[in-house]
Structure formats: structure tokens, C-alpha cells
Design a protein around this ligand. Sequence first.
Ligand code: NAD
Length: 347
Amino acid sequence: MTRMEQLEARLRAQPRRWLITGAAGFIGSHLVETLLKWDQPVRGLDNFSTGKKDNLREVQKSVNARQWGQFELLEGDIRDLEQCRRACAGVDLVLHQAALGSVPRSLADPLGSHAVNVTGTLNVFHAAREAGVHRVIYASSSAVYGDHPDLPKVEARTGQPLSPYAATKCINEIYAGVMQRCYGLPTIGLRYFNVFGPRQDPEGPYAAVIPRWIARLMRGETVEIYGDGLTSRDFCPVINVVLANLLAALTEKELPPGRVYNIAVGQRTTLNELHGLLCAHLHQARPNLKLPPPAYKDFRPGDVRHSLADITQAQQELGYEPLETVTEGLARSMDWYLTHLDLPAPQ
Ligand code: NAD
């Protein structure tokens, strides 16, 4: 049995009631999809600020009518404690994904990022504790490593945050530990490293690099690389993040307060390499597509130069092993982008 099959068997034998905040977002919608497919009752909370009804429509198409009937959507805002209370009522486990992502967005509007990511997260923790939720798994970020020079990144060694976004995730981790120490609410933080996959939004000023580049390349447009292209990231297929959330939710280990885990593949890819990989995938799928070389721009403020995770702690304590490599994840994402974005017809 694979790791996912084991988790599925456990949940089918003993279903849990789940709350997923940010359910209409990229990662949240994948969590909803997996849990509905495993016949779990799932409540989603989202204010659709960056999430999309289309993401949930896609989930609906991927499950049967009975499974979809197990999904309850609350349209609401985590900045509102009452709405968090309604969302947490009667729930066993919370997978808290709602946040305003993106370093540049947080630099443009630090107060907005703080209100959602810090106040909103504290509301979720507080409401979860009041409702007697068994455990809250929450999305942290590799951004918390900030200016710490060590590679690979090890959970215990973080530096100074380089953006308001990074600061919000550091504060989340502090509050998560406090909620456990002071109120006995078990929490586990997952530091995601550059997640990618189907349903990640390719448009807008704050789009993540992979979908943004794929969308541009598919339109025959030049991709902009900030810096010299040697900046590197540990790009992580979304299926690995789904696995990590479920492992953390169901672990039977007694963990110390404020436990956090790196969730990544544990492989480093430079932006130049990523550009080459995307071009190779696109060329294979659409041999006539013109793929212009990238344009190099100034480094962006707040960006970390290199990012690579040491995933040993998640492997040892949660039994996490990446299900997909970067190349496998890219192949699956490419299929999705090819069918979901307008493309010039193959000639
Ligand atoms: P996303 O923008 O697709 O999803 C976030 C969801 O939260 C959206 O559906 C949005 O509408 C919802 N949301 C935002 N503000 C809200 C509010 N005030 N109330 C209720 N819902 C609200 O982003 P994602 O990539 O799916 O990210 C999910 C989580 O993972 C976030 O916490 C993010 O910071 C974290 N994370 C993501 C990555 C990545 O590479 N995608 C990396 C590190 C951490």
C-alpha cells in the first residue's frame, strides 16, 4: 500500500469532519478534492479574494454527486472571528490555508497581509480551540528562512524575515506554539517551498513563477527573469503538500508545541533550469510554438536568493516522502495548462 492508500484506508475506517480554510484556492482545492474522494465530510471557508469558484467547480466535476454532497461551502472571511467560529463548529481537524500570498503583494500592502495572515490566523486558532478541534495544520512558508545563509534549510535555523509576508508566517508559527503551550490546542506548521500544480493562478501581478511563465510562453511572449537566472528554488508539486497535510493531521506522535516541517522535494532548480524545463515540455506538446529566450531584469526586493529544503524531519517524524519530483509535477501541470489556457491551435 502506498502512503496515500494507507491514509485513505484509515480515513474510510474512521472518517473525520474537516475544515479547510482557503478551500477555493490553489492548495485548498486540492485538499478538498482528495478528502471528498475519500468520502470525508468537508467544510470550506473562503472569501474568494484570490480563490476561484472555477477551482471548486473543477473539484465538483472530479467527484461523484454523493461525495460533492459532503461538501459545505461557507463564504466568509477569516478576519471575522464569528465566521471562524461558525466554520469551526463540529469540526475534528482544520487545514488552514487561507492567506494573502506573495512577497510583492505584502510589500505593496503590509497592513492587508497582516490583517489576513496574522489576525485571520489567530482567529482560526482561537475559534478552533473554543470548538474543541483536535488539531490545526496550518500553512507556513519557506519565506521564514529569510536571510539565513545555510543550505539546505533546516527547521531550527531561521534568519531575519525579508518581507512583510515572511514576517506574517513567522508570527503564525509563534502563535501556533503559544496556542499549544497556553491553551493545549495541538498545531503543526508546514513550511511549503514553492508549490506548483494544476489550478495555480497564472494571471495577475502576484502570480507564482511557474504558471505565469507557462501562460506567457504559451502566448509566445518573453519570460522575465529577475536577476541572473541562477536564483534557485525547491519547487514542490502540490500532491506532496496534500500528502504532508494529511500525514500531519493524522499523526499519532506526541509532538512538542510549535512543531514545524519543511515540505518540499529536496531538490534545487535554478530559474534558468526551470525556463529550460518548461520550454522542453511545451516544445514536446506544441512543436510549432515559438519560445523566445528569457529577458533578464533587476533582482526583486525581498526575494530570497536560494532555497532548498532539508526534509529529514518530515520524513522521520511524519513519514513524509515526496510523491512526485519536479519533472513529474511539471508534466502533470503542463497537461492542465494546455487544456485550461487558450493556445494557438497546433499547426
Ligand atoms: P491561493 O491564493 O490560491 O489560496 C488562498 C485562499 O485563501 C484563496 O482561496 C483566498 O480566496 C483565500 N483567502 C484569502 N484571504 C482570505 C480571508 N480573509 N478569508 C477567507 N479566505 C481567504 O494560495 P495558495 O498558493 O493555495 O496558498 C495556500 C497557503 O499556502 C497560503 O497560506 C500560502 O501563504 C501558503 N504557501 C503557499 C506557497 C505556494 O507556493 N503556493 C508557498 C508557501 C506557503
